[in-house]
Design a protein around this ligand. Structure first.
Ligand SMILES: NC(=O)c1ccc[n+]([C@@H]2O[C@H](COP(=O)([O-])OP(=O)(O)OC[C@H]3O[C@@H](n4cnc5c(N)ncnc54)[C@H](OP(=O)(O)O)[C@@H]3O)[C@@H](O)[C@H]2O)c1
Length: 240
């Protein structure tokens, strides 16, 4: 048990730290003097987070809560960098004729249900006083106001639903801590496994390290008034 008369140190946590953007964010947080510790969790870490199994999310949250208690840390930054666009189960739909229940179930499980369960188990760990930030990786294509091209039904809908969850959680968090900030983030088009098949010429595809630097700068500059918003890597608020 730590001596609680010593001020707690700041912990940053990245869920989805095995992904392109998550790994880059964790690497940079490791050298960020605002946090005395940066921890990553993914399906491959010893304490794992797998959205197919809620108990893994609950166990991971218990592990972080225990660590905060024993090491006198406070969870000041939570980044959720998980996501799914394509895989064995299917590809993003070009037309409503391509809608497929198995693909829709997968895209919603990873982009919407998983982050919702992360909210359930990890948001209670955020401190009740002082600035704390939760950032959920979403996507501009989840914006209805910005949807001019169509296509990608499941991915768009799963991210739009995530944005609603983030907005709703931001209201509840603000009631328990007026300095809390909970946002959806658009990282731009980033060179990762998720975007690789779709990164056609003409798109501004940026390295994950650049996206991570931008996103961490945006997160560091957010104020409580920004909570509940969908914000891009340049700090611009996007329409829902
Ligand atoms: N790349 C882009 O151009 C782009 C553009 C807009 C938005 N985004 C969003 O940015 C976020 C990060 O994407 P990325 O490009 O870094 O993708 P990525 O490299 O494919 O990483 C995806 C991450 O999701 C995790 N994941 C997948 N299935 C999971 C499951 N069942 N349970 C738990 N975790 C699971 C992976 O975990 P493991 O490490 O365990 O495999 C990995 O950490 C996503 O939300 C994505 O939608 C990306």
């Amino acid at each position: 048990m730590m001596n609680k008369s010593v001020s707690p140190q700041n912990l940053a946590l990245v869920i989805g730290s095995g992904g392109g953007i998550g790994a880059a964010m964790l690497a940079q947080l490791g050298g960020d003097t605002n946090y005395s510790e940066a921890i990553g969790l993914s399906r491959c870490t010893e304490v794992s987070v797998n959205y197919a199994d809620e108990s893994s999310i609950a166990n991971a949250a218990e592990f972080i809560a225990g660590l905060c208690e024993t090491a006198n840390l406070e969870l000041r930054l939570l980044v959720v960098a998980t996501g799914f666009l394509h895989g064995d189960v299917g590809q993003p739909e070009r037309s409503f004729g391509n809608l497929d229940a198995a693909y829709l179930a997968q895209v919603f499980q990873i982009n919407t249900l998983g982050p919702a369960l992360v909210m359930k188990h990890f948001l209670p760990l955020l401190p009740k006083t002082g600035r704390c930030v939760a950032g959920f990786l979403s996507a501009r294509v989840g914006s209805m106001g910005d949807n001019a091209l169509g296509g990608w039904y499941g991915y768009r809908a799963s991210k739009a639903a995530l944005n609603q969850l983030v907005k709703t959680a931001s209201i509840e968090l603000s009631r328990r801590n007026k300095e809390s900030i909970c946002v959806s983030l658009h990282p731009g088009t980033v060179a990762t496994a998720l975007s690789q098949p779709f990164a056609k010429t003409g798109l501004n595809v940026r390295p994950a390290s650049e996206a991570a630097t931008d996103l961490l700068a945006v997160l560091a500059g957010l104020k409580p008034v920004d909570t509940g918003c969908l914000i891009d890597y340049q700090g611009q608020k996007l329409p829902f």
